[in-house]
Design a protein around this ligand. Structure first.
Ligand code: EPZ
Length: 424
């Protein structure tokens, strides 16, 4: 018998008040990786207090980097990298570890990084990371579950990504930042987190152009400097709280510390379904109401609707009137939350990459189990909307990417407590 943590939620909730959105996990993780590119100190602010950041800090310390992490501050000095390795036991819990591969090869000439392997939402290959790095002049072998890469010196390349890949773009940008010559990357990811990475590399001394478009040019230097950076707000955490507030008829919630420019597709979708949403100087105010209209949704690379908000949007659509067809185009298995939402009374039919939601459903509290980071957020939203008590098990998934969620919800007046449950 093992004891794991769960959220116990009594619904329906009536969230009132402000939520301060934290720094973006998916900008902070690449920023920690970028500290490997220089012997000077990188100082970060607005770092979210989430489990993945602590795991990444352990990973970097294992390589010989000095890391002081007291969220929201983090200071990193990778002056003595004596062990350019990312071991399986850390990588298997956090796929983003692949982000150390290119910085290590560019800085140390070699790296031994465990293959990330898949996760609940898909196989998650890293073929484009390896293909680009090999083109730059790394000799790469994959054996016993590890990527072994070494080089006598990387060279600039022209490379077109087969698919848009966020960490693939970030990984090759970091390698290129230490190459004196022009690297041109095409079909790049355009996410705000990629732009943040470009801004970091520019401050560190590389020339970077085109970030935010699908063509990025990087002219690197053999030595990069350190710098101080503030992590951009987490657009996925913000979207999660926006959908949570929209799904609960009696909400009156204001999100502060967010960047509304990063939420275009999300705010447009909320307006289309009829949510009562207003963008103000200090943030975004959203009130719940009863007549939300179902709207179809397709996930897409930025600036399209983010796949990381698909599960949360689905929970919202269970409370909207009508039929919404949700198409998940990025990952092949990102519907693990459907079975759990259905156990709470949602009416959802699955067909391949498409989920059809018929609403509104009166959800009832139930024991449910989280399968991955964003699915767990979806179950929390459903638990807050449901009549009665919901226990969301395995919330270690949630703790990877949401800081202080129960505290933020309690401050809004929601009845959410962290409990321990025995798991057979
Ligand atoms: C990033 O993952 C995010 N993680 C994910 O957030 C997010 O879901 C994803 O981008 C898509 O937006 C971080 O930034 C740390 P991809 P990443 O490479 O970079 C395929 C969360 O919840 N692909 O953009 O791993 C891949 O299988 C996490 O915070 C290849 O085939 O995703 C997928 O179908 C979950 N070969 C598509 O591309 C490759 O070499 C997009 O993946 C790389 C990717």
């Amino acid at each position: 018998m093992v004891t794991l943590e769960a959220f116990q939620i009594n619904g329906p909730a009536r969230p009132r008040g402000n939520v301060a959105i934290s720094g973006a996990k998916n900008a902070a993780l690449p920023a920690l990786a970028a500290s490997l590119l220089t012997a000077e100190t990188i100082s970060l602010g607005n770092v979210p207090d989430v489990y993945d950041i602590r795991t990444f800090a352990r990973l970097l310390r294992g390589m010989g980097a000095e890391v002081q992490l007291e969220a929201p501050r983090c200071s990193l000095t990778a002056s003595n990298l004596n062990n350019p390795e990312a071991p399986y036991d850390l990588v298997r819990t956090m796929r983003a570890s692949i982000l150390v591969l290119c910085p290590l090869v560019a800085r140390c000439g070699r790296a031994r990084v465990s293959l990330p392997g898949g996760c609940a939402i898909g196989v998650r290959p890293v073929d484009m990371h390896l293909e680009g790095l090999e083109l730059m002049g790394a000799r790469i072998k994959v054996e016993h579950g590890y990527i072994l890469a070494e080089t006598d010196g990387l060279k600039p390349i022209d490379y077109t990504f087969r698919l848009k890949t966020v960490t693939g773009t970030e990984n090759l940008m970091m390698a290129a930042a230490l190459i004196d010559g022009e690297t041109r990357l095409a079909n790049c990811a355009e996410e705000p987190e990629v732009i943040f990475m470009a801004e970091m590399l520019r401050t560190m001394g590389a020339e970077v152009q085109g970030d935010g478009t699908d063509n990025i040019m990087i002219h690197g230097k053999s030595r990069l400097s350190g710098g101080s950076f503030s992590i951009i707000p987490d657009r996925i955490e913000a979207g999660t709280y926006l959908f949570l507030a929209a799904a609960l008829p009696d909400s009156e919630v204001t999100l502060t510390g967010i960047e509304t420019d990063h939420l275009g597709a999300v705010i447009q979708k909320l307006s289309r379904i009829g949510a009562d949403i207003e963008t103000k100087d200090e943030g975004v105010r959203i009130n719940g109401h009863r007549n939300l209209a179902a709207q179809h949704m397709d996930t897409a690379p930025y600036p399209g609707f983010p796949t990381d908000l698909q599960a949360q949007y689905m929970a919202l659509m269970t409370q909207a009137s009508g039929t919404s067809v949700i198409h998940e185009s990025i990952f092949e298995n990102r519907f693990q939350h459907v079975a759990e939402l259905s156990r709470m009374g949602a009416d959802i039919k699955l067909s391949g990459a498409q989920a059809t939601v018929i609403g509104p459903s009166r959800l009832s509290g139930a024991n449910v189990t989280a399968s991955d980071l964003r699915a767990s957020a979806s179950l929390v939203i459903a638990g807050l909307a449901a009549e009665g008590t919901t226990v969301v098990r395995r919330i270690y998934h949630l703790d990877r990417g949401y800081s202080s969620m129960e505290q933020k919800l309690q401050a809004l007046g929601c009845d959410v407590t962290r409990i321990k449950v025995d798991h057979a």
